[in-house]
Design a protein around this ligand. Structure first.
Ligand SMILES: C[S@@+](CC[C@H](N)C(=O)[O-])C[C@H]1O[C@@H](n2cnc3c(N)ncnc32)[C@H](O)[C@@H]1O
Length: 231
């Protein structure tokens, strides 16, 4: 895909505190992932809890759904790690502006040694990765236009933070998202504000839990949500 001519005016690549890159949006004055550690944040808030849930619940062929693909950090790290745990999955994402994702594809190969180092630190395991295992996600450009073949067992809710994009956290948005969730699913988010938690509880998600990331200097809290059924 050819480069969007205004890309370099809109964005700049930065290095975050764990050495990993993320994209900075000049317009929003915001990074796509935390400046305190982009890859660590993605692993600890999204990818590791997702892998653990899939393995614990023994979910076969899980579908990963992501609201806010951005530069695809979560997609990249999940896709590198899933084969290591013998997880065959499919991945769909909702993203209105895909040029950051396609631009970032050119960068990741050079980051493999750093990914291996950060993964070793987080998973206490030395793993070698290859970009060959990567499959593009199925991308939809809006929640309304999203029609995945199967519903998500894992939901990454990541449409920028509440301060930048409050619409991403309203009940109206959640109603559209919940059409995309499997009956048994785990939702993960880095937005822990009380409004969002209240909205989630209104949608009858009966486990809405804020957990300690335990990895300073990253922001302390992350969020898990799910619909627990009796039996
Ligand atoms: C913080 S970035 C996502 C970071 C990404 N998950 C990663 O791991 O690199 C948020 C993304 O959400 C997208 N987004 C926000 N609201 C959206 C909406 N209503 N529909 C589609 N995309 C949306 C933005 O365009 C942006 O690319």
């Amino acid at each position: 895909m050819s480069k969007d001519p205004s890309f370099d005016d809109q964005y700049v690549w930065i290095r975050t505190q764990d050495g990993s890159p993320t994209l900075w949006s000049n317009q929003l004055g915001e990074p796509f992932r935390s400046v305190k550690g982009a890859f660590r944040e993605s692993l600890l808030v999204f990818v590791k809890p997702a892998l653990e849930y899939i393995l614990q619940k023994n979910i076969k062929n899980p579908v990963i759904g992501e609201f806010g693909l951005g530069i695809g950090t979560n997609w990249l790290l999940f896709n590198l790690l899933a084969p290591i745990f013998e997880i065959e999955h499919s991945y769909f994402a909702i993203e209105k502006n895909t040029s950051p994702f396609f631009e970032s594809q050119k960068k990741w190969e050079a980051e493999i040694p750093l990914i291996e180092k950060i993964v070793e630190d987080v998973f206490k395991k030395r793993i070698s990765f290859s970009m060959a295992s990567l499959k593009d996600p199925q991308i939809f450009n809006s929640l309304e236009a999203t029609s995945p073949a199967n519903k998500a067992s894992i939901w990454f809710h990541d449409p920028f933070g509440f301060g930048v994009n409050p619409e991403g956290y309203t009940e109206e948005t959640l109603i559209k998202c919940e059409n995309l969730w499997a009956p048994q699913f785990l939702g993960l988010s880095y937005a822990c504000n009380s409004n969002f938690q209240r909205v989630l509880k209104n949608r009858k998600l009966n486990r809405v839990e804020s957990l300690d990331v335990q990895s300073p200097p990253l922001k302390k809290e992350r969020l898990e949500f799910e619909r627990l059924t009796q039996n």
